[in-house]
Design a protein around this ligand. Structure first.
Ligand code: HEM
Length: 499
């Protein structure tokens, strides 16, 4: 009796073990991750990926295919490297990949969980995107505020005229960063109107610069989550100072505006007025003052560096390709007229300028891997399973240089876009500098307006030459991977006012 009981127990134990293993085997079979390079213990593929991840994962994808798994320390990341795979992630399974992994640096921001850029695709995120799409970035609103942006461009032209009289070489990135920030802050909160002598714009500039720099640094805490409490590189501690100051600064702007509204002064009709109206209508539970603060932070951070970097690359490519520069200038002379300022209504009449911008964004997408997406559930893609909470990169950089979709892919040829239907609005998956699907950049329309005005103003009013007898082919074209992909060596050029 006792023996048979023991035997029966043993039999049961063996059966359970076999079943468990079978289940694990089946489970493993079912949850097959996309292929990828075997990495080192603990480090995974970190050393192979290095500090130019857009290039190294493009190379790896040639061996492992357009859907590939890499291990960044303890972090499993799936990379999509073809237009077809980008479509799978951003369109076919967009709901499943709507989430975001939150970088540790970002968690230093007070109430980062209200940030549109980092919220998972939940109800809160949907309501913020709705405000952006239906009230902020509408054609009507952008048209109503274009006068402010025109003023900012005139200011920039004046500064360059002054510089040209002194024969100065100008840092294009610095010039454009200031103008972009002024245009954005005017569009969002009529900054200069409130306090024209404000030092705040200068401070804002430094804070955004600092946040972008720190947020773009590779952070060990993201690769080895157990390090988060120690913050070994001190990134979170340092960025917190800038986030906190930005928060206070934006709070002051909101305060000033509330006072202005109470005093019955005329409305500004900028983004801030729209958001405060929304606050009044919705009641403070649905949408709070804190939401406004965080949304303004998102828009400042999302809009400044991206626009500046794109503009620096556009000017670099034009200086490297004098024939293309001449053609773009010619179009402006014929369409706008010598010496006259460009306005946003002219943009559609400048197809070559638009092609130059598109070609710039094809070769130099400012967010080469977009922003990271995250699987919100287990998702089947092309026979593989991407498990819940996996980070997903879409390598927009690789796709836009793939010879499968592009003729002479590494050459700067704006003509390829002339008369072509291919656009950056997220429907052509071979060209997605703004992303695609529900998480596509909400600031796209404003970005296109600002980029067009900036580039047209710089090349229509000035002839540019390189300093120190540099020839166009001497320009260093190296890029520097970060949250935006900047030019490693900043572009400097000397303007001469067009006679
Ligand atoms: C998101 C590109 C300008 C605000 C994004 C994404 C990309 C992008 C690639 C991520 C898409 C994804 O997750 O798949 C660009 C480029 C710009 C630009 C190339 C200019 C050259 C702007 C401007 C603003 C802005 C002017 C606002 C004023 C944002 C915000 C997000 C975002 C808030 C996060 C959206 C979300 O997660 O739902 N942008 N952007 N961007 N962009 Fe832009």
């Amino acid at each position: 009796e006792p023996y048979s009981f023991l035997l029966f127990s043993l039999f049961l134990l063996i059966c359970t073990q076999v079943l468990l293993h079978l289940k694990q085997w089946l489970f493993k079979k079912k949850k097959r991750l996309p292929p990828g390079p075997t990495g080192l213990p603990i480090l995974g593929n970190l050393l192979t990926i290095g500090d130019r991840p857009h290039e190294s994962i493009t190379k790896l994808a040639k061996t492992y295919g357009p859907l590939m798994t890499v291990r960044l320390g303890f972090n499993i990341t799936v990379v999509a490297s073809s237009a077809e795979m980008a479509r799978e992630i951003l369109q076919k399974n967009d709901q499943a990949f709507l989430g975001r992994p939150i970088p540790h640096a970002v968690t230093a921001q007070t109430n980062h969980e209200l940030s549109m850029a980092w919220l998972p695709g939940d109800t809160k995120w949907r309501s913020l995107r709705k405000i952006c799409n239906s009230q902020i970035f509408t054609t009507q609103r952008l048209d109503a505020l274009q006068g402010l942006r025109h003023q900012m461009m005139d200011g920039m032209v004046k500064r360059v005229v002054d510089g040209s009289e002194a024969g100065e070489a100008i840092s294009i990135g610095r010039l454009v960063f200031g103008t972009t920030l002024n245009s954005l802050s005017n569009t969002m909160s009529s900054f200069d109107i409130i306090d024209p002598k404000s030092n705040a714009i200068q401070e804002l500039k430094e804070l955004i610069w600092k946040i972008m720099e720190l947020a773009g640094k590779p952070n060990l805490s993201d690769y080895f989550p157990f390090l988060k409490p120690f913050d070994p590189q001190g990134i979170r501690r340092t960025i917190k100072v800038s986030y906190d100051r930005l928060h206070v600064l934006l709070d002051e702007i909101i305060d000033q505006r509330l006072k202005r509204r109470e005093s019955g002064s005329p409305r500004c009709e900028d983004f801030l007025d729209v958001l405060l109206d929304h606050l009044k209508e919705q009641g403070h539970e649905e949408f709070s003052r804190e939401d406004i603060n965080i949304l303004l932070t998102d828009l400042f951070i999302g809009g400044t560096d991206t626009t500046t970097t794109t503009m620096e690359w556009a000017m670099t490519e034009l200086l490297r390709n004098p024939d293309i520069m001449a053609k773009a200038k010619q179009e402006l002379v014929e369409t706008i007229g010598i010496g006259l300022s460009i306005e946003e209504k002219d943009i559609l009449r400048l197809p070559y300028l638009q092609s130059v911008l598109k070609e710039t964004m094809r070769l130099h997408p400012t967010a080469p891997l977009l922003l990271p997406h995250r699987a919100e559930m287990d998702v089947e893609v092309c026979g593989y399973t991407i498990p819940k909470h996996t980070q997903v990169f879409v390598n927009a950089w690789a796709i836009a240089r793939d010879p499968m979709y592009w003729y002479k892919p590494t050459q700067f040829i704006p003509e390829r876009f002339m008369g072509s239907e291919v656009d950056f609005r997220g429907t052509n998956f071979s060209f997605i500098p703004f992303g695609s699907g529900r998480r596509i950049c909400p600031g796209l329309a404003l970005a296109v307006r600002m980029l067009s005005l900036l580039l047209a103003s710089l090349i229509h009013h000035f002839d540019w030459k390189l300093p120190d007898r540099m020839e166009p082919e001497d320009i260093d074209m190296k890029d520097k991977f970060g949250i935006t992909m900047q030019k490693a060596i900043p572009l400097v050029a000397i303007p001469a006012v067009v006679a």
